[in-house]
Design a protein around this ligand. Sequence first.
Ligand code: SAM
Length: 311
Amino acid sequence: MKDKFGREISYLRISVTQRCNLNCVYCGKGDCAKKAAELPPEGYYKIAKAFARCGIQKIRVTGGEPLVRQDVCEIIRLLRSIPQIETLALTTNGVYLGQTAQALKDAGLDSVNISLDSTDGSTYRRLTGADVLEKVLAGIDEAERVGLSPVKINAVLMKGVNSDGAGQLIALAKERDIDVRFIELMPFSDEGEDRSLIVTGEEILAQFPFLRPVPGENSTAKYYAADGFRGRVGLINSVSHKFCADCNRVRLLCDGKVKPCLGQDAAYDLMPFLNSEEQLEETIKTIIRNKPAGHSFETKGAAHGLNRTGG
Ligand code: SAM
């Protein structure tokens, strides 16, 4: 289905919890332990079915940290059973992936994105508040082993914090059949003091001039590689080169509200319509049709930490 700007909306991100077992400095605005209402698996299933009838073909399960939910495999199994959904993916910090990757695969998950901002133990601990780098690395191995393909790594670089570790992250894409994607830091305060921390995609290319563009799927990431690379390096320049004009996504929050644009405050509650397929579908159509033109991260910080919206 198209919105009023002619954009085809085909991608739904579902945040299944606001809770997270990590406390990344740039993400939660300090409220990672906060409990927003969470729907049971059937709630997301009902809503996702209605979205699928409105043209959604790809779903990504995110959070908070989706793997803190004991019933995450049931959520995946139900979403997998929706015939229109061609791609079912999940974004995780990877801490619990070693123990759940096989069950997720068996439940019908296609692929995972794993957030990893540093391969250095003490930097990782400083960024996330937890000493779990080894677990995350084991989770990446396990995801590859069980065939959750493709495995992608998402990294956010911050100047003077972890930016000096970019080379080690890029080395993962050289040595393994893994895409390592750098997401530009989205400002998380209106004061703007965090803007000086942003490492842009262009700065990464200037630092690693051996990276050459490679053709990729039509996605938000632009891909690069060099001779001898098994994987690719992706740049997601969401702040320096915003791609709102091509945005194809909407977000469902864990409490049943829809957020049509990550960078705007508006969220619409679907809970009153949960028991009427018709009303649910009509409400979703109206929300999609009126999706805002885009974010304003150039001038305005994100209204909420991304632990609420799932990134
Ligand atoms: N807990 C999961 C994880 O760590 O991947 C899923 C949720 S997390 C909010 C999703 C993604 O959002 C992560 O890759 C994280 O790095 C990214 N993220 C959070 N805050 C961000 C910010 N201010 N700017 C850019 N990316 C951010």
